[in-house]
Design a protein. Structure first.
Length: 249
């Protein structure tokens, strides 16, 4: 009887480990863009028109293209943030994926820029949330403005850079989107191992948004949109949540 009980326990433990492993593998496959039949998101592609109540779109960062006539093709964006001059006095471009370590690295580059940075034109599919918050706070402390051009994108963690601008300009036709984030290592079973870290991360984001003068209610769209989709904010929402300001704000 004892041997049977121990055997059942060991079998149960092994089965549980196999189930966890399967979920982790499926999670990694899904994060890398692989989906089994029936796993395809219901959201339409980014190229389809956005209307109130129909704002979630499939999000594939490695293959993003801007929805309208771009000033620069989002498909050519670098794998980490780069800072380049635009030719206009005090205006620089900040574009690319927000990679770990980009916060401190870009703070140094911005502080050393000549001519001094007055305005950053942003385009990014997102990336590291912590680095976006770090860099965004520096932009605000330095009094640097942020700007988006028609047809260009600012998704995922990028809106936190946008929020850091002392003044924020978003041209008509620019695309700003939010969704759920991973904080730290991506794990498919947060209920068991990552709830505390995720809640702490979301709390830090909401505190940051309030510090920047952004209505934290924008997170209601982020928290209800899976990481493989993006919620595109309408112009009226960008104004309602205070992403749009003027030079006197």
């Amino acid at each position: 009887m004892r041997g049977l009980t121990v055997g059942r326990v060991l079998t149960g433990i092994l089965a549980f480990q196999i189930i966890i492993g399967a979920f982790l593998v499926l999670g990694d496959m899904r994060a890398n863009g692989f989906r089994l039949p029936g796993m395809t998101p219901s959201a339409p592609r980014l190229s389809e028109p956005v209307r109130p109540g129909d704002q979630r779109r499939v999000f594939e960062p490695s293959r993003q293209r801007p929805p309208l006539n771009p000033a620069r093709d989002a498909g050519d964006l670098p794998s980490r943030l780069t800072l380049t001059e635009t030719g206009s006095a005090g205006e620089w471009r900040l574009e690319g994926t927000i990679a770990p370590g980009d916060g401190a690295r870009l703070i140094g580059l911005i502080d050393e820029a000549d001519p001094a940075v007055d305005t950053l034109v942003l385009q990014s599919p997102g990336g590291s949330v912590g680095d976006a918050l770090e860099l965004g706070r520096h932009l605000r402390e330095a009094g640097i403005n942020t700007r988006m051009l028609r047809g260009e994108i600012c998704y995922s963690a990028c809106p936190y850079l946008l929020a850091g601008g002392a003044a924020r300009e978003i041209e008509e036709g620019a695309s700003v989107g939010v969704h759920q984030h991973y904080f730290g290592k991506s794990i498919i079973l947060p209920a068991f191992v990552a709830v505390e870290d995720i809640q702490r991360g979301q709390g830090e984001v909401m505190i940051y948004l309030e510090e920047m003068g952004i209505d934290p209610l924008v997170m209601s769209h982020a928290l209800t949109t899976p990481s493989d989709e993006i919620y595109l904010l309408l112009p009226e929402e960008l104004e309602r949540y205070n992403f749009v300001t003027n030079a006197d704000a």
